[in-house]
Design a protein around this ligand. Structure first.
Ligand code: ADP
Ligand code: ADP
Length: 229
């Protein structure tokens, strides 16, 4: 039931070492929050999990797929790993509905009508089905981020990665996105979230991981973690 297994993972950007011997196992249904100072490697680590970045040492296996330097096809990895970014990364020239249909059609080979059904199901899931025919620019930041979550869910991934999903939002929109994430967690979604939202961590995380200078320096259940001196 291991969805992600990272063993002794190291990564360099040129001569700069961004990750040093990181070990992390994420089991099915587990909710992990990663925190730590800016530049500590949080984003790099989770980007290695869906092969947006390539690690150079150690082993990463995601839903049974081993990520390695000679792999030619990352589509299978991306199908298994949903990712939500700070800046939404929606396709601006496509409607909300098409944003959500694209993955199922292009990566999973679903027909247009099947993809539409899937897209509407997950837009319902994030409670914005009425925005389906709008373009991203017509939506608030919070709504755009919920579309980004729906778009990832449409691939029915084994795990969802969140990279500071509320950091770019106006303060009044943070809670709607955290509520959506909390609701996914309650449904048993396997999640790895890089976030500074400690209220969310306390409420939702099974485990909080603290990174510093490319290493995991501490981890534990939210309760023990937050009471540490
Ligand atoms: P965090 O998510 O904890 O803020 P990052 O993983 O984004 O940290 O970055 C870790 C370190 O790696 C930082 O020092 C950052 O400047 C550096 N870094 C990130 N991406 C690149 C890149 N593409 N090229 C060079 N250095 C990078
Ligand atoms: P985000 O918070 O949305 O991940 P960042 O500002 O951390 O955005 O990084 C944006 C992009 O710049 C990422 O692709 C990251 O890998 C790259 N990057 C970050 N730090 C550096 C760096 N020191 N040198 C080169 N690229 C970097």
């Amino acid at each position: 039931d291991k969805i992600i297994e990272a063993t002794n993972v190291s990564k360099w950007y040129g001569s700069f070492r961004a990750l040093t011997d990181v070990n992390l196992t994420v089991r099915k249904g587990e909710r992990i929050v990663i925190c730590g100072p800016s530049g500590s490697g949080k984003s790099t680590l989770i980007r290695c999990f869906n092969r947006l970045e390539a690690h150079q040492e150690g082993e990463i296996t995601v839903n049974g797929i081993r990520l390695h330097s000679k792999m030619r096809n990352v589509t299978d990895v991306r199908k298994n790993v949903g990712m939500v970014f700070q800046h939404f990364n929606l396709f601006p020239h496509m409607t909300v509905l098409m944003n959500c249909m694209a993955g199922p059609m292009w990566m999973k080979g679903l027909s247009e009508s099947e993809a539409k059904k899937t897209a509407l199901k997950f837009l319902e899931r994030v409670r914005i089905p009425e925005q389906a025919n709008k373009y991203p620019v017509q939506l608030s930041g919070g709504q755009q981020q919920r579309v980004a979550i729906a778009r990832s869910l449409c691939m029915e991934p084994a795990v969802m990665l969140f990279d500071e999903p509320t950091s770019a939002l106006d303060p009044e929109m943070v809670s709607e996105v955290l509520e959506t994430m909390t609701s996914l967690a309650r449904d048993g979604m396997t999640m790895v979230c890089v976030t500074h939202e400690m209220g969310f961590a306390r409420a939702v995380a099974d485990r909080v991981i603290f990174m510093d200078r490319g290493q995991i320096v501490e981890q534990g259940a939210p309760n023990e973690f937050f009471t540490n001196p």
